[in-house]
Design a protein around this ligand. Structure first.
Ligand SMILES: *Cc1c(COP(=O)(O)O)cnc(C)c1O
Length: 266
């Protein structure tokens, strides 16, 4: 039988609260520990690559992560998060509005969600087609706003992943650069899922190459390379990543496979 709150004895209420606090603090301990391990990995990768650790920003990927857990990380001084689903972004952002941090959208964006994503996102890293860019431009014009964006490139050629084909990336960058409400700040990619790092590396090299080429064009200055996740951040940093996007290594395993987050029908 479900116990009514008023029938709980005082001592059991105290005990329950105590257990709750214990669980919260164990979770906080875990997240804080994971954050420091990740920073250590980033620092070591930078040293190995001869780069300054300040050149690489840590993005916390918070799909399926509760607002309470995100708060724990933000209170440690983290200030950049990435969400894959507009619904999660819309639900969690108001719960964390007392903290100042940057929210990037990193999931597949359907045009019918543009209005909602623009309410909360500071940047959209997943612009991968002209139709989407044009719809963003229209809405931003209507709202008299501007937004930072990244172009997402599918460097692994895996069909399950979104992003413009590398051969068409320049064309898309040129076209998007003509839309004055969108400011192209970077490029984003998801590396190939493979245990062989020499198969992953070319994905990141390709993205870095596209950035170099694009920056030869007039009026284009792309600074950021968003690449590297929990399993491959070291390779990405060696290849020039300026933002690594880390979920699992900070918040633990997710119940859904990543394909769930990359499939627009789910
Ligand atoms: C889930 C996800 C990540 C983080 O992946 P982890 O392996 O959990 O670190 C990074 N980028 C995108 C686009 C994601 O969907």
């Amino acid at each position: 039988m479900r116990q009514n709150y008023s029938t709980l004895s005082d001592s059991s209420i105290v005990r329950n609260r105590y257990i709750c606090r214990m669980e919260n603090s164990a979770r906080a301990h875990q997240i804080i520990g994971n954050l420091s391990s990740i920073k250590e990995r980033i620092a070591q990768a930078c040293t190995k690559a001869g780069r300054d650790a300040n050149e690489v920003k840590l993005m916390l990927v918070t799909k399926t992560v509760s607002a309470e857990d995100i708060r724990i990380a933000l209170l440690q001084g983290e200030n950049l998060i990435g969400e894959n689903k507009v619904q999660e972004l819309s639900q969690k952002s108001p719960l964390l509005s007392d903290i100042s941090y940057q929210k990037h959208f990193i999931g597949h964006l359907q045009t019918n969600k543009i209005k909602d994503v623009l309410k909360y996102a500071d940047c959209i890293q997943s612009v991968d087609r002209l139709e989407l860019a044009e719809k963003l431009q229209q809405r931003l014009q209507f709202e008299d706003k501007y937004i930072d964006i990244f172009i997402q490139v599918n460097t692994s050629f895996e069909e399950s992943k979104f992003g413009v084909h590398p051969n068409h990336a320049m064309e898309l960058i040129k076209a998007v650069s003509k839309l004055d409400r969108l400011r192209i700040k970077g490029l984003m990619t998801i590396g190939l899922f493979d245990s062989n790092e020499e198969k992953i590396r070319p994905c990141f090299q390709r993205l870095a190459q596209i950035k170099e080429e694009a920056n030869l064009l007039p009026n284009i200055s792309i600074q950021e390379l968003s690449m590297g996740m929990s399993g491959d951040l070291e390779i990405a940093i060696e290849e020039g990543a300026t933002i690594v996007r880390i979920g699992t290594a900070i918040f633990g395993e997710r119940i859904y496979p990543d394909s769930h987050y990359w499939d627009e029908n789910k």
